[in-house]
Ligand binder design. Structure first.
Ligand code: MN
Length: 233
């Protein structure tokens, strides 16, 4: 049966050391998952249930376009765009009601992403009790580096997470500071949604989030995997 329009391309992320691509299904993001970041956003960093929002898969600005440094076009309708550097877990399998002890079997690999945020629009939405989509799920809102298979990295449970802006340190944390660990997030999400191969999970950002302006160069990374370099244009 023909489509009435040309189908949109499958969003995909590049893989380190390979020409193959990782096809993306959904993009889940967790909020406030490092205590120091919860505090800087004005919240108590206790261990409330995790909460999630989504970006659209076509919001990804994938590494295939970022190798050697790519461009993040400053988005419209905002004057306060923030960087949030995050480890991203890429799922190779999914399911419902995944037990904690089986959750890591779902992880295909890991990458570094930036949860770009129109903080002013997110702030207005929070105040009005409205959805966060305009703050979080805009065009190019999810720059992401090359994925590394978990078969090479092992389970990523500790390691430095950072982003420098114009060579000055901005954000820094360690994966061992995650309030909700990756298997806990997978298990929890799988009670709310049927997880699928190709789902990505942005695992939260350490403290130090802040605004970017046109011309800024962001260099981010997580120990042990390919970093990400983005110029705000
Ligand atoms: Mn985030």
């Amino acid at each position: 049966m023909p489509y009435v329009l040309t189908p949109p391309p499958v969003p995909a992320v590049a893989i380190a050391g390979s020409d193959d691509l990782f096809p993306v299904n959904r993009v889940y993001c967790v909020g406030r998952n490092y205590a120091a970041h919860a505090i800087e956003m004005g919240h108590d960093p206790d261990r409330d249930d995790p909460f999630f929002f989504k970006k659209a898969p076509d919001n990804l600005l994938p590494a295939s376009e970022l190798d050697g440094g790519g461009d993040f076009p400053y988005p419209p309708m905002t004057s306060d765009v923030h960087h949030e550097i995050e480890l991203v877990a890429a799922l190779g399998s999914g399911g419902k009601d995944i037990a904690l002890e089986n959750a890591m079997d779902c992880v295909w690999g890991y990458g570094v992403g930036i949860d770009m945020t129109r903080r002013d629009l997110q702030g207005e939405a929070k105040k009005a009790g409205r959805p966060w989509d305009t703050g979080k799920a805009f065009d190019h809102a999810a720059p992401i580096g090359r994925l590394h298979p978990a078969s090479e990295t092992g389970n990523m449970e500790s390691g430095r997470v950072w982003v420098d802006v114009n060579d000055a340190p901005r954000q820094e944390g360690d994966l061992n500071q995650l309030i909700w660990k990756i298997p806990e997030m997978i298990s929890y999400l799988s009670r709310l949604f049927t997880l699928q191969p190709g789902d990505l999970i942005f695992t939260g950002t350490p403290s130090g989030v802040g605004p970017v302006v046109r011309g800024d160069v962001l260099n981010g990374g997580v120990d042990g995997i390919s970093g990400i370099k983005v110029t705000v244009t």
